[in-house]
Write a protein that binds this ligand. Structure first.
Ligand code: NAP
Length: 261
């Protein structure tokens, strides 16, 4: 049985994607526009959003491009109000915006750590604050949070990224208890490696690396079938889900051996 409501037709769905200028968010926006949804695109770079909105003339009337910075609560509130000035409601909010920095114990940088926490974790709370009352008032719709397989358990080089994503997994689980009984969907989205600007600098092997369009297809299919935990590519994500069940001695040995990090 589905854990969230099933979506069979996107034609009457109003979707707000936060973090839509590149990568997974942009690919998801393109796919949902192809499927007939109304899509509001948000990120910091207005020009990138405008270009995306203008890319498909047929879809343009169903597209809004509203810049925001998730590290500023006021900016997210402004964006929500701007969208609601044009739309009757927002059915689905996808919180995709995020960043990555590589950090290990011997290169720990507090300023960079706080910056990533502000973006990946506080940024999500800055979005929840104006979105949750709206969804609860509507008594329907859904919210999807993009975390990462790096949130399942500790990984090398992810000293700050990993904890921010682990927190988002916990957050989505906690939200489900509160929102599901109110008829509001909650989606926890955990991608493996996807070929986007975020992973461009990675100098280690990325097993199961996906293209953004394929990641978007998995994400949207998961939402359509009402899944709570949407993760892809399955072979890679299931391996990591299994690994975290191992005793720590084995887990550390396995991850060090496989990543050579
Ligand atoms: N790529 C992967 O392998 C992978 C794997 C697991 C999870 N993820 C997660 O997937 C999400 C999307 O990542 P991606 O790979 O698609 O990376 P990406 O192409 O770099 O996209 C990141 C998006 O976030 C937006 N953004 C960054 N800072 C922002 C801010 N302060 N306010 C508003 N928007 C902001 C960016 O737009 P602007 O720069 O225009 O603001 C961009 O649209 C992230 O949460 C990431 O952690 C990615």
């Amino acid at each position: 049985m589905a854990m969230n409501h099933v979506i069979e037709d996107w034609a009457d769905q109003y979707v707000w994607i936060v973090g839509a200028s590149t990568g997974i968010g942009a690919a998801t926006a393109r796919l949902l526009l192809d499927k007939g949804a109304h899509v509001a695109l948000s990120a910091r770079r207005q020009q990138a959003l405008d270009d995306l909105a203008a890319a498909d003339a047929q879809a343009q009337p169903r597209t809004l491009a509203v810049a925001l910075d998730v590290t500023s609560h006021a900016s997210v509130v402004r964006a929500r109000d701007e969208i609601l000035a044009s739309w009757p409601r927002i059915d689905l909010v996808l919180l995709v915006a995020g960043g990555y920095n590589e950090m290990r114990a011997d290169s720990f940088d507090l300023a960079q750590a706080n910056q990533l926490i502000d973006l990946n974790l506080r940024g999500v709370f800055n979005c929840l604050a104006p979105v949750l009352p709206m969804l609860i008032r509507q008594g329907g719709g859904g919210i999807g949070i993009v975390s990462s397989v790096a949130g399942y358990s500790g990984l090398p080089k992810a000293l700050v990224y990993g904890p921010t994503k682990a927190a988002l997994i916990n957050l989505a689980e906690s939200l489900y208890f509160d929102l599901h009984p109110k008829g509001i969907g909650v989606y926890l989205i955990n991608p493996g490696f996807v070929d986007t600007p975020l992973t461009k600098g990675n100098d280690f092997p990325m097993p199961g690396l996906m293209q953004p369009a394929d990641a978007a297809r998995e994400l949207v299919r998961g939402v359509e079938r009402g899944a709570f935990h949407i993760h892809f590519p399955r072979k890679f994500t299931n391996t990591l889900r299994f690994a975290r069940l191992l005793p720590y001695r084995m887990y550390f040995w396995l991850i060090a051996k496989v990543t050579r990090l």
